[in-house]
Design a protein around this ligand. Structure first.
Ligand code: 6CS
Ligand code: FE
Length: 275
């Protein structure tokens, strides 16, 4: 299940690669029916929107053999090794739900700053694979990407509004979970809007639409965002991030929880052809 040379060149040039029909409807059905089993009540792995709907379920493989198998699939690991040019281990694994009428936005950001600053990973040698569990388009919050923006390195951060008293109190209450400001709908590291404007003017903005079963490979430094979901149609997706085994986290002082930052740096043994 290797990527073609043309696909690798496209990814290196643009920072992303979308492949339709990468998983069958039957496989998506199996993942979808297993999804509720990954949701433990009151678990820190579950991140909620302000309106109480589920925003993310982290580390589903901790509780589901089907999701564990998915992360070891040949057709995900081999392409990741090609794109990173190294053996890989599992850095982060989540299901980002964007429920109909309730799913909130993700502001323009790069992923690598979180993994570099919070986790101490030195190089952007990570790739995220997004697997669409639902038909996804501009209306229900498909990912927006700025092609070639991965070549910018870590871009200038946007200014976040100063926390007003009420918000400050809320954050203080959750100071034990200060990682939440990297996961909620007000993320701490965004890309400066003039920087987005500049590159989007030059390279355009791609809406990564696709039917369920589509996969999107994207670079840890590409500018990406997604809108709120005003439609009745959920936009649920699985995101698996693989990191080079030569690029492991350096933050051992106060590491983020193991459901956010993988701790097993052994190269993934490709165990499965099918989930
Ligand atoms: O902090 C993190 O690891 C997560 N936060 C964002 C905004 N993207 C990368 C990752 O899922
Ligand atoms: Fe992201």
């Amino acid at each position: 299940m290797k990527l073609t040379p043309e696909q690798v060149v496209f990814y290196n040039e643009n920072g992303y690669l979308k492949i339709e029909k990468y998983f069958s409807d039957e496989e998506i059905e199996k993942l979808y029916s297993e999804f509720p089993n990954t949701i433990e009540k009151n678990s820190d792995r579950i991140i909620l929107e302000d309106n109480g709907s589920i925003r993310s379920v982290f580390a589903p493989h901790f509780v589901s053999e089907v999701y564990n198998k998915l992360s070891r699939l040949e057709r995900l690991v081999i392409p990741s090794e090609q794109l990173i040019e190294s053996k890989v281990y599992l850095h982060q694994y989540k299901i980002n739900t964007k429920k109909g009428f309730k799913g909130d936005w993700w502001e323009w950001h790069q992923d690598f700053p979180y993994w570099h600053i919070d986790d101490g990973i030195s190089k952007p040698e990570l790739v995220t694979i997004m697997l669409y569990l639902q038909d996804t388009d501009a209306s229900n919050g498909a990912l927006l990407l700025v092609p070639k923006s991965h070549k910018e390195g870590i871009a200038k951060f946007g200014k976040k509004d100063v926390l007003d008293e009420e918000n400050k109190d809320k954050n203080e209450k959750t100071e034990t979970k200060n990682y939440l400001s990297s996961l909620n709908s007000n993320i701490k590291f965004t890309v400066d809007q003039e920087c987005v404007r500049d590159l989007a003017t030059k390279n355009g903005i791609v809406t990564a639409s696709g039917k369920k079963g589509t996969v999107l490979f994207f670079h840890s430094n590409i500018f990406h965002a997604s809108n709120i979901n005003l439609t009745p149609f959920d936009r649920d997706a699985i995101l698996i991030t693989y990191n080079s085994i030569h690029n492991i986290p350096g933050n051992t002082e106060n590491p983020r929880p193991n459901f956010l930052v993988g701790r097993n740096y052994d190269p993934i043994e490709i165990l499965e052809k099918d989930i």
